[in-house]
Design a protein around this ligand. Structure first.
Ligand code: FAD
Length: 481
């Protein structure tokens, strides 16, 4: 009897329920990752694919150092999966369920193939704190608002998964010799790692399970107590920067919860200091539950009336937004941080998304797709929820009349322009007053050698007029059609 532990986004050895379960049985175990270049997030040249390459490489090294083996298959998922089941007489496949694409497509294919070949398929929900089908409100319906979801989850913490940190003896995964074709990182991922742009992006990160825990440890020891007060200020390094590790399962929400609780219990962390951050982790759980209940939301608005929204077509404004040439300094700073590092501060994500959907009237999917391509942490659930929330069409969304004014926000959250100066150096000599809206300070710009429209763009949109336009567009949706 041979069990396949099929790994999708649990690229770790600690807190790995599938591996622990399989390795307790007397059966032979194959631990596999399937890379189908047609089933990626953001395409084969996306930041997400790059992180995948690096994290798979790190996992392979870790498992080999412990005497185990991972098989890495490249090619059409259905073909590769079927071939493995048949060649090795697999009797059971264990995997951890993931919402959103490309996982749903893969999981559906796996189900069909296992049914055809009469192989037992065991889905786990270990990447959730609690299984979505076991967590609904008193009417048996999914929670649509975050705060009640959070409160209910906190009350039912005893029912949440607590994963075991112990790494099982991995030697059984090396009993069947790994075929030559599955021994190495796939060609396409190896080639990606060699690209000069990839190396520049990777220079900002250390990508492995151990690095994820070092990052968590350093955050919990040094920054978490100031998280609530500092997290909205993009110039301060106040958040955990754990999202890409979480997206790839190099660290899990459940593992982090257990760690926080252990530190509270041993007195090294105060509960009230860590709670705001743990609450933020629950947003990820909320987004994942929503996508399980409403899978259509990956491409369609949660609020159906937004189907009738008259979104503008992609045009030169979309490009200016992508290329950080909007002429609005805080927006360009955020988009440049994204391009250079593969991440963007949460406040900036809200601001750039609001500008694109509410001032430039462009479809939230355009923005979501750009984030899929550029973000290391691009995640089907969080990305969709973030975009739909800002665009106003999500569950529990920002009200339609709430537009972020990027200038006011810039003054509030980057008063001295430290973040702007870091990412938009052509404006670095402007005063704290002028840096947020240079077009209102043309004299100072001239004095400092900044020519709007030449050395830095003029704003591509009139914020006040486009705000009125947005309100009119949404109000027209209220009329029954
Ligand atoms: P911390 O502030 O340290 O928070 C810890 C963890 O909690 C994060 O790593 C993340 O997993 C979770 N979390 C925090 N805030 C949120 C939130 N608002 N929603 C859901 N989970 C949250 N996050 C992604 O992981 N992937 C995405 O693709 C993504 N796209 C977004 C798109 C938009 C338009 C917006 C507004 C937000 C998006 N977010 C996304 C949420 C959030 O911006 C990031 O999770 C956060 O910036 C990551 O930084 P951090 O790890 O330092 O977070």
């Amino acid at each position: 009897m041979t069990t396949l532990v099929w790994c999708q986004r649990e690229l770790r050895l600690q807190h790995h329920l599938g591996l622990q379960m399989a390795l307790k049985q007397p059966d032979l175990v194959i631990f596999s990752y399937f890379h189908d270049p047609k089933l990626t997030i953001g395409g084969t040249e996306s930041a997400n694919s790059l992180w995948l390459a690096k994290s798979l490489q790190a996992l392979q090294t870790d498992i080999q150092n412990l005497g185990g083996a991972i098989w890495i298959h490249e090619g059409d998922f259905a073909e590769q999966f079927t071939q493995l089941l048949k060649t090795h007489n697999i009797t059971e496949v264990i995997y951890s369920f993931q919402p959103g694409e490309p996982f749903v497509t893969q999981q559906n294919l796996a189900l069909q193939i296992c049914q055809t070949h009469q192989v037992k398929l065991t889905p786990l929900y270990s990447e959730f704190l609690i299984e979505p089908s076991r967590f609904s409100n008193q009417q048996g319906k999914p929670y649509l608002v975050f705060t009640p979801f959070y409160k209910a989850l906190m009350q039912r913490q005893d029912q949440c998964h607590t994963l075991d940190a112990a790494i099982p003896d991995l030697k059984a995964t090396a009993q069947i010799p790994v075929p030559e074709s599955a021994k190495h990182l796939p060609q396409s991922l190896q080639a990606l790692l060699q690209k000069p742009w990839a190396q520049k992006l990777l220079a900002h990160w250390d990508i492995s399970e151990a690095a994820a825990w070092q990052q968590a440890d350093s955050f919990l020891a040094n920054s978490v107590q100031n998280y609530d007060t500092d997290r909205d200020f993009p110039a301060i390094d106040a958040s955990s920067r754990l999202s890409p590790y979480l997206q790839f399962g190099q660290i899990s929400v459940s593992g982090l919860f257990t760690e926080c609780q252990a530190r509270i219990a041993n007195g090294s962390l105060k509960a009230e200091a860590v709670q705001p951050w743990m609450r933020q982790l629950v947003w990820k759980e909320f987004a994942r539950h929503l996508l399980c209940w409403f899978p259509h939301a990956e491409t369609q608005p949660f609020q159906a009336k937004y189907n009738a929204m008259d979104w503008a077509d992609a045009d030169e404004n979309t490009q200016a937004w992508q290329l950080s040439q909007t002429g609005i300094p805080i927006i360009d700073a955020g988009m440049r941080e994204l391009w250079a590092t593969g991440t963007m501060h949460n406040r900036l994500r809200m601001l750039v998304a609001s500008l694109l959907t509410k001032n430039l009237h462009q479809h939230w999917l355009l923005g979501k797709n750009w984030f899929d391509f550029t973000l290391f942490d691009a995640d089907p659930a969080n990305n969709v929820m973030g975009w739909q929330w800002v665009a106003g069409c999500g569950v529990d969304a920002a009200p339609y009349y709430r537009l972020f004014n990027p200038v006011t926000q810039s003054v509030k959250f980057d008063a001295e322009g430290l973040y702007i100066r870091r990412w938009v150096p052509e404006l670095k000599n402007l005063s704290n007053k002028a840096i947020h809206a240079p077009w209102e300070h043309t004299q100072e710009c001239q004095m400092k050698g900044i020519i709007l429209g030449k050395t830095y763009p003029k704003p591509i949109v009139n914020l006040a007029e486009s705000r009125q336009d947005h309100l009119a567009r949404v109000q027209s949706l209220k009329t029954p059609i």
